[in-house]
Design a protein around this ligand. Structure first.
Ligand code: NDP
Length: 448
């Protein structure tokens, strides 16, 4: 008889867990996975994917607005939130089906219930059944973290935004990170009156400040009411269902809905980690080494639950590296340098490598090249929105150590350019490349 029921038991069928389980199974391991919500996890079910669809939906507002200048007459154009919402939710179901199929095709056994750890090699399902495994992988992800203030129960998180019964006439958004900036842009374009507030003046920490300052300029011009540097005091709900949001040193905000986007916390509560000696850092993130191993030698963890970099492609890489190392005989570690990232704001922004401030602090002598341009597609719209590309170059080596941009399709342009930054190419290499005209991306090779 086998020593364990499975070679690998994965807790959490999100991006990291699905990748790890299907790759481990493809190497011949006997694998099972448990999921308490829906197969696909945050990215597919209530994150990146449905968010991007809302971004596409909201993009029509601007296109329709500009259409007249291109000669199109669009009569009776109006927006119907339930149509977009239901279309997005239907596609999420389709994707959930595809993820489930991937698990089935790879003979990964699914348990659609909560699993907790009861020992170094044992998990317990919500139904009470105990299962043993040679290795356990924790890939349970993260969950919205809400501040503890009176009335916080009246707030929504990004989870609920995809299910709103109607488009809020007035939407308040708390936070100035990824989720806040993305949802503020979407709902403002769809027609809500958006007020965004944050405790500090910092917006999208980690991104280049000139780029985020440009986003704020655009957000204001688009009609978003920005109240930075004001902490939340309390939330009151009136008899008519409307909210009154009280801030420090600012007038209260009247709103029909409040989205709180103040970070996501590793979802380790009640997982039984202590039963196997798995240690967490402050904030609940599981501590792992560069092989994704926790402080218990048979238990590993990948993705948001480890709070290294909370991005889907990183969770996927960690899941792949875990499976390659343990089941494929190919030891692998994730390279966390020069990770490209983007914010699907209106307009979107993206960056890779060091910001100007980081490069100055770390390298000293740097050169910064800029292209501040009016995208051709904006010329026929009445919006004067300008794009901004920034290149940060190490003077000692001429290497491009950072690229940062805001403007239409910035994430698409940045993803391609990130290959050059990752490869360590120089400013001279960029200059030696012929411009592709007319495009926005040509700015990358024309910076003087
Ligand atoms: P972020 O970490 O991006 O931003 C958190 C915001 O909330 C900041 O403005 C921060 O303010 C504020 N904040 C944090 N803690 C508190 C608190 N206790 N009280 C009041 N304000 C607080 O978090 P998000 O929730 O927007 O997103 C979570 C993660 O999800 C991101 O870090 C990202 O990794 C991922 N994500 C990625 C996306 C993408 O790749 N496009 C899209 C959406 C999410 P301050 O700066 O002042 O501290």
């Amino acid at each position: 008889m086998a020593e364990f029921d499975y070679d690998l038991f994965v807790i959490g069928a999100g991006s990291g867990g699905v990748r790890a389980s299907r790759v481990a199974a493809s190497y011949g391991a006997k694998v099972a996975i448990a999921e308490e919500h829906r197969v696909g996890g945050t990215c597919v079910i209530r994150g990146c994917v449905p968010k991007k669809m809302l971004v596409y939906g909201s993009g029509f507002a601007e296109s329709l607005h500009s259409a007249a200048n291109y000669g199109w007459t669009i009569e009776g154009a109006r927006f119907d939130w339930p149509v977009l919402r239901d279309f997005v939710l239907k596609d999420v179901e389709r994707l959930e089906g595809l993820y489930t199929q991937t698990l089935e095709n790879n003979r990964v056994e699914r348990f659609l219930e909560r699993a907790t750890i009861v020992g170094p090699n044992t998990v317990q399902l919500a139904s009470g059944r105990q299962i043993s495994a040679r290795y356990i992988l924790v890939a349970v992800g993260s969950w919205p973290a809400l501040p503890d203030v009176p009335g916080i129960g009246h707030a929504l998180t990004s989870n609920e935004m995809f299910h709103l019964p109607e488009l809020p006439r007035r939407l308040a958004v708390m936070g100035a990170g990824y989720i806040a900036m993305e949802f503020a842009g979407v709902f403002n374009a769809l027609g809500s009156k958006v007020t965004l507030f944050n405790r500090s003046n910092a917006v999208l920490r980690g991104y280049d400040q000139e780029i985020t300052a440009r986003l704020l300029e655009h957000a204001r011009a688009q009609g978003i009411d920005l109240r930075l540097g004001h902490a939340l005091q309390r939330i009151e709900k009136g008899a008519d269902g409307s909210l009154r949001i009280h801030l420090d040193d600012a007038a209260p905000i009247a709103a029909d809905a409040l989205l709180v986007a103040t970070g996501r916390r590793p979802k380790t509560d009640g997982l039984g980690l202590e039963n196997a000696g798995v240690e967490c850092a402050t904030g609940g993130a599981i501590r792992v080494d560069d092989q994704n191993r926790t402080t218990c030698s048979s238990i590993y963890a990948v993705g948001d639950v480890t709070d290294r970099v909370q991005l889907t492609p990183i969770a996927i890489r960690e899941g792949q590296a875990f499976a390659d190392t343990l089941f494929g005989g190919k030891p692998a570690a994730v390279d966390y340098s020069a990770i490209p990232s983007a914010v699907f704001s209106h307009p979107p922004l993206a960056g890779v490598g060091m910001t100007e401030a980081e490069a100055r602090a770390k390298l000293g002598d740097i050169s910064v090249y800029r292209s501040d341009f009016r995208p051709m597609q904006n010329i026929f719209s009445d919006r004067a929105e300008r794009g901004l590309y920034k290149m940060v170059v190490d003077d000692a080596t001429d290497r491009v150590v950072g690229l940062h941009m805001i403007g239409p399709e910035a994430p698409e342009v940045l993803q391609a350019a990130a290959i050059a930054v990752k490869a360590g190419l120089t400013k001279a290499d960029f200059d030696a490349t012929v411009a592709l005209h007319p495009s926005m991306a040509e700015e990358l090779v024309l910076m003087k």
